[in-house]
Design a protein around this ligand. Structure first.
Ligand code: ADP
Length: 733
């Protein structure tokens, strides 16, 4: 452990002894802080189903631990009596997950037939049970190494190789005819279309969902429902559609206070590495191209008072693992990177707007500045570890526990915002009946700290660079890739520990499948606090403690009330009908209205048809890129809000939506949103209140977010599935 880690730990210990413990209801920052180190201990023992290694394993064992003889899984559910039950997250360091049951020909690997989530389907037969009894006392064999297909890893390859080596797993760098346990893709889920089992390190649809416009839309929907909770994202407008509204609002701000001269940052929708980004102070300075050539972009309020270190603006790159979407499991890397500008910061003025080395923290831009400092040290230079920056701040008396707690909240809320769309993509790309892999993904969150220490989300990268070397001029005119110690320290840890968490032989045994669109009740398994979070999931002993900390479901209580749009998405998926669809046709929409008994004298079926046509037409922009015509999720959400407003006129938007959801679900029976109903009751949907002051512009806010949405819906151009195949490789930002 480096010295500064130790120092900060001491400081934190002192803070704790001074009674500065985080409030119980808030995120517990101490345990999660990047400057602390988790205690490593093996997972609690549990029993599991296993076979001997290899694909032709012919026996099934019950692995027992702690010497208890039991035919129960760790949840206490008997294994017998399930004709074809699904068992999730099988967890044992010694268990094989691929099972060919003696005499049955049934294979126990991958997903259940009903679900694409992280389950293992288990088909028992009497034969199995007999064999299990026979083998109950056999010693487990040494497991085969986990196999990883790295043929599509691209720029992650070096860090991946190091990680696989540390874990003593087996790499297949040119691919493998037989299935691998894990497939590492450099760009998207679709890098290799032929995977039918195992785990892929990308979710279908993630790239599209995290494009600037889609992310802005998803957050905006959440801002409508939970304005106080989603105040960590700068006010944004989508261009060119919202140009009029943008200029009107800015004019009103300026008119209300002549001294106000806010600055805005314009970012092209598909851009990265700061490409095409520029600052403006007047809507007239937008480089708008009209007509078919119109460039889509987000124009965003510029955070003009960032926190500075050494007079320089910097941002945080935080690595976040989405281990599973159902149940939702989020891990945050305790160590991240900070990227520094290379020119001292000044608040934006007409004169300095174009000084990119002052305003943009992108590595790819600043590395071109003569001032860029490549450093072997973690706490100097233009790229530093997050812990070293937090240490600096702690030394100045900053409450870094609070900062870290706010960052965790920002991450969980952002993931919750994109989850509904992600689930629709998931069921479309891997329909429940189709064989397919399960998915996980490392995301790169770019976060800016404001001067008042409030974290602000800049963007989320679906392909954060995992490069651990950088180009350097080793002699005049001679460039070479040289190792970057800071990158290596952070990124290899993130990849290695992601792999450890995804180890197929180490999954925890849990119960109850959670189908995306059909099947039985969805039930999210919420481990109790103090479960295996933060512990080393293997018994290797020689590996360091995990650098990834679970934050969800750990903090379910504080955030589950936000998962409202997911319930709308569950309805949407239910009525999609044909597997693989992402859009609802008019008949399906009518069926939804009828089944949920929403039509009455105020909402005739004729007006339902008009609503469908009206909303679908306005959202039809994305059709050119989509697989089929109809109503996408975001349009459905708008329709749902509209229906909720008509039905429960006297309530505020959020209560309208909750009431309509309750109504719909009550007519649909147990299939829809059981998990959600349990955790998202109406009372839970009340705001918790912002902990930190709102960011942004002195908003005269002539239009409320909900009204804003309705007002702009006339010229609103949704961006639901823009060019899914035109993806870029991961690049250093
Ligand atoms: P890209 O994907 O091109 O890197 P980002 O959204 O990350 O686009 O923006 C690039 C850089 O611009 C960020 O790293 C940050 O330094 C700066 N930036 C972006 N948005 C804002 C904002 N709203 N306020 C202040 N600075 C910003």
């Amino acid at each position: 452990m480096s010295d500064h880690y130790g120092d900060v730990k001491v400081q934190l210990g002192q803070m704790k002894s001074l009674g500065e413990d985080a409030e119980k209801e808030e995120v517990d920052p101490e345990e999660e802080m990047p400057v602390s180190s988790p205690s490593a201990s093996p997972d609690p023992a549990g029993c599991c189903i296993t076979t001997a290694p290899g694909t032709d394993a012919l026996s099934t064992n019950i692995c027992k631990q702690k010497g208890k003889r039991s035919r129960k899984n760790p949840c206490g559910k008997p294994l017998q009596g399930f004709p074809a039950h699904a068992v999730k997250n099988i967890n044992s360091p010694i268990c094989e997950q691929t099972l060919l049951i003696k005499g049955t020909g049934k294979i126990l690997q991958g997903k259940s037939a009903e679900s694409n989530w992280n389950y293992v389907a288990v088909h028992e037969s009497s034969n199995t049970q007999e064999t299990r009894c026979e083998d109950e006392f056999k010693l487990p064999r040494k497991r085969r190494p986990v196999t990883v297909d790295t043929s599509k890893a691209k720029t992650s390859l070096e860090a991946l190789k190091l990680s696989i080596k540390e874990l003593q797993w087996k790499e297949f760098h040119t691919g493998r005819r037989a299935a691998c346990d894990i497939y590492w893709h450099g760009v998207s889920f679709h890098d290799n279309e032929n995977i039918v089992s195992g785990q892929v390190n990308k979710f279908p649809g993630m790239v599209e969902m995290l494009r600037k416009i889609n992310l802005s839309r998803a957050v905006r929907t959440m801002q409508e429902l939970f304005p106080e909770e989603y105040d960590f994202y700068p006010r944004s407008w989508i261009l060119p559609e919202e140009y009029q509204q943008f200029s009107t609002e800015i004019r009103m701000v300026k008119e209300s206070d002549a001294t106000e001269s806010p600055t805005f940052i314009v970012k092209p929708d598909g851009g990265s590495q700061g490409d095409g980004i520029y600052l403006i102070r007047d809507p007239g300075d937008l480089k708008l191209v009209v007509g078919a050539q119109a460039k889509q972009a987000v124009v965003q309020e510029y955070i003009h008072k960032p926190l500075l270190i050494d007079k320089l603006k910097f941002d945080i790159r935080l690595y976040v693992l989405i281990k599973s979407v159902q149940p939702l499991e989020i891990y945050i890397a305790k160590e991240g990177l900070t990227r520094f500008c290379t020119e001292p910061y000044q608040e934006p003025s007409q004169k300095n707007l174009s000084r990119v080395f002052m305003h943009l923290t992108n590595y790819s831009l600043n590395v071109q500045s003569g001032n860029y400092v490549h450093s072997d040290s973690q706490n100097t230079g233009s790229k530093r570890t997050l812990s070293s920056v937090l240490y600096r701040l702690a030394a100045k008396g900053v409450d870094i526990k609070r900062v870290w707690s706010d960052i965790i909240a920002l991450v969980i809320k952002s993931v919750i915002a994109v989850l509904p769309d992600l689930k629709v993509h998931y069921q479309a790309d891997i329909p429940p009946a189709k064989p397919g892999p399960t998915c996980f993904q490392i995301l790169g969150f770019d976060i800016l700290l404001m001067k008042n220490l409030k974290p602000v989300l800049l963007e989320v990268n679906s392909n954060p660079s995992m490069r651990i070397e950088h180009e350097q001029e080793v002699a005049p005119g001679v460039f070479e890739y040289v190792p970057s110690p800071v990158d290596e320290q952070v990124k290899v840890g993130v990849i290695r520990d992601t792999l450890r968490l995804m180890d197929p032989f180490n999954k925890k045994l849990t119960a109850t499948p959670h189908p995306a669109g059909g099947g039985s009740d969805p039930v999210e398994v919420i481990p109790a606090d103090g479960d295996s979070q933060g512990r080393s999931p293997d018994n290797a002993g020689n590996l360091p403690p995990l650098c990834l900390k679970q934050v969800y479901p750990k903090y379910t209580k504080q955030f589950s009330h936000l998962r409202l749009v997911e319930r709308i998405a569950a309805l949407f998926i239910r009525f999609l009908g044909v597997k693989g669809n992402m859009r609802l046709g008019p008949t399906a929409f009518r069926t939804f209205i009828r089944t949920c008994k929403l039509s009455n004298s105020n909402l005739t079926m004729a007006s339902v048809d008009i609503l469908y046509i009206d909303i679908t037409r306005r959202w039809s922009f994305a059709l050119a890129d989509s697989r089929e015509a109809g109503m996408g999720l975001q349009a459905f959400v708008e329709a749902f809000f509209n229906l909720a407003g008509r039905r429960f006129k006297s309530l505020a938007l959020r209560e309208q939506v909750v009431s309509l959801l309750d109504l719909c679900e009550s007519h649909l029976g147990p299939q829809s949103g059981a998990e959600d109903r349990r955790s998202l009751s109406c009372s839970r949907a009340l705001p918790r209140g912002g902990r930190t002051p709102a960011l942004y512009l002195p908003r005269p806010r002539p239009i409320s977010p909900a009204a804003h949405r309705r007002a702009t819906s006339q010229d609103c151009r949704p961006h639901q599935r823009p060019k899914p195949r035109t993806l870029r490789a991961n690049v250093e930002n």
